[in-house]
Ligand binder design. Structure first.
Ligand SMILES: Nc1ncnc2c1ncn2[C@@H]1O[C@H](COP(=O)(O)OP(=O)(O)OP(=O)(O)O)[C@@H](O)[C@H]1O
Length: 294
């Protein structure tokens, strides 16, 4: 791929937007609708075997299929097209989120985060995931790099590459150390409650700058010993009971899905019509809940 290359006679490639382990994201200009879009290419994987490479292609094809499944769902970019460029590299084209990842948002002056802002970001993620969970899917890789905040303060969920239908027999490893739920790390079956664990981790981290469990802790075997207790003492006391449940080792103790977590968080959202009395760097994710009318 190169700057100015036109894909499918329609998308003119521009600057790089970001990079993950599996994909590279570029901005492109859509000649049909005359707006900016995002193109995700499979990263070059020169040193890997053909079969390993084929697995990555399959992962991206599955991601495209999931984007299509969640078409027009608020908070998930729409799939616009997919194909292969002149070198045979697979790509998908989707709506571009005009904003930054949650990780960059925090790093660019919003860290540690006001409790209000952090709660609103997680509440927005819960609303998106609530709809995903209602359709029987688990995201399995929630982390600050996989959430984006647009210029209007709306949160978007990206990277559906590891999403799985609840009850799928075949196990495919997924998740990021320190965010992934223990049952997922231990390769046990996962339910929608596996997405609630990382939401609790993210909420605690945004406010206190610390994750509830130490590095690599989740990868240890705990057979015969009680599961570890989360470290949440620097969190606001009124949030501790809910966040403790969200990051509970036992999936049954967590709110069971996005909507259940949203309902539990609702009491901590800013009141409608209330003003924000602190400064934010960039977009305002609390505006959605402060607004008198949606
Ligand atoms: N729709 C989008 N609009 C704008 N930027 C995006 C969009 N999707 C992804 N990005 C940017 O590209 C980066 C990488 O995207 P993504 O997480 O999908 O790649 P990945 O290789 O699947 O990541 P991972 O390492 O989690 O597997 C994101 O962190 C973000 O900065």
């Amino acid at each position: 791929m190169w700057l100015g290359q036109t894909l499918k006679d329609r998308f003119v490639l521009g600057r790089k937007l970001g990079k993950g382990t599996g994909g590279q994201l570029f901005e492109a200009f859509d000649l049909s609708y005359r707006n900016s879009v995002a193109v995700k290419f499979l990263s070059p994987r020169t040193f890997e075997s053909a079969s390993y490479f084929a697995e990555f292609v399959q992962d991206m094809e599955e991601e495209a299929a999931r984007l299509e499944k969640f078409r027009d769902m608020r908070g998930i970019p729409n799939l616009l097209d997919q194909g292969r460029d002149s070198d045979g590299t697979y790509f998908i084209v989707m709506q571009k989120v005009d904003g930054t990842t949650l990780k960059s948002y925090a790093e660019n002056g919003n860290s540690p985060m006001e409790l209000d802002t952090a709660v609103c970001i997680v509440a927005q993620l819960c609303e998106i995931l609530g709809d995903v969970h209602d359709r029987g899917y688990v995201h399995r890789d929630l982390k600050p790099e996989n959430a984006m905040i647009d210029s209007a303060g709306q949160v978007h969920l990206i990277d559906l590459g590891h999403m799985l239908e609840v009850g799928t027999e075949q196990y495919q490893p997924a998740g990021t150390n320190r965010y992934a739920a223990p049952e997922q790390v231990h390769e046990l079956p996962v339910a929608t409650s596996a997405d609630v664990f990382p939401l609790g981790c993210m909420l605690a981290e945004m406010i206190t700058l610390a994750l509830p469990y130490p590095e690599n802790y989740l990868r240890f075997e705990h057979r015969g010993t009680p599961p570890p207790k989360p470290m949440l003492s620097s969190l606001a006391p009124h949030l501790i009971p809910l966040v403790s449940r969200m990051v509970s080792w036992d999936p049954e103790r967590r709110p069971q899905n996005g909507w259940a977590t949203f309902r539990a968080l609702q009491q901590f959202l800013p009141a409608k019509g209330s003003p924000r009395d602190y400064k934010l760097h960039g977009a305002d994710p609390t505006a959605r809940y402060r607004a008198e009318f949606e």
